[in-house]
Design a protein around this ligand. Structure first.
Ligand SMILES: [Fe+2]
Length: 246
């Protein structure tokens, strides 16, 4: 259910119109396929093998590290200030990019706690099925409309990520006693942030998509497809990673 929420930018979350409710509801199965994926269920209950956990941390690093760059491509096209939704989208993207500044370090700390070095992270080339989500996000943020960019990046990826990170954060203590794992305040900062304050981002992204697409059914359709594709590539990466679980 949508509630009226406000953040520091006072972006008001308005009730969904009919098309927006349908848009949101029809994305839920694709979002759940990511957030309820066996990789994340396993991370949350401690059954994911360390080899698989590490492969996930390593190969999802480019997605985390490049995330603000994807948003920067979207920001570069937020210039038609006379069009509905463009100014608030610009302001929101600038703020969201700023928030991401610290997340790179926090993610490296999490990976470090699970035995990965910064050098390993910075030199990773994920297998094609795990890198496809990055290629897709480079592509859509380069060639798509502003609404498609937000749908693929901030709605799809941040929505599913906020969901799984809250489960994983609650269950991460299951790895506490593993000799090769170090869990402390520092190594949990990324998870804690995404389980908590980041979770408003998808609702705000949806609000901006509504403003950008209002009265434009063709754009609504395109934005929906962009979000669904983002989620499908995310799921593809997880399927590939889960092969290591055996
Ligand atoms: Fe983040």
């Amino acid at each position: 259910m949508m509630t009226v929420l406000k953040n520091e930018l006072t972006l008001e979350i308005t009730p969904h119109s009919m098309w927006a409710q349908k848009f949101w509801d029809e994305l839920i199965p694709a979002k759940e396929r990511v957030s309820q994926h066996p990789v994340f269920i396993g991370m949350a209950n401690g059954t994911l093998k360390l080899e698989c956990f590490r492969a996930a941390l390593l190969n999802f690093y480019p997605l985390v590290a490049q995330f603000p760059s994807y948003m920067a491509l979207a920001l570069a096209k937020a210039t038609q200030f006379n069009e509905a939704g463009v100014v608030p989208t610009r302001d929101w993207l600038i703020q969201n990019i700023k928030v991401e500044e610290r997340h790179l370090t926090w993610y490296r700390d999490w990976a470090g706690g699970f035995g990965l070095t910064v050098d390993q992270l910075d030199h990773v080339t994920p297998p094609p099925a795990m890198n496809a989500v990055n290629h897709y996000l480079w592509s859509i943020n380069h060639r798509g409309s502003l609404a498609e960019c937000l749908a693929a990046t901030n709605l799809a990826i941040e929505w599913a990520t906020g969901d799984w990170s809250s489960h994983v954060y609650k269950g991460i203590h299951n790895y506490q006693n593993h000799p090769d794992v170090k869990i402390d305040k520092r190594s949990l900062a990324w998870l804690r942030a995404h389980a908590h304050y980041d979770d408003i981002h998808p609702y705000e992204a949806m609000e901006l998509i509504k403003r950008l697409c209002e009265g434009k059914p063709e754009l609504q359709q395109k934005a929906f497809h962009a979000a669904r594709e983002g989620l499908e590539y995310y799921a593809l990466a997880l399927d590939e990673c889960y092969k290591l679980q055996g």
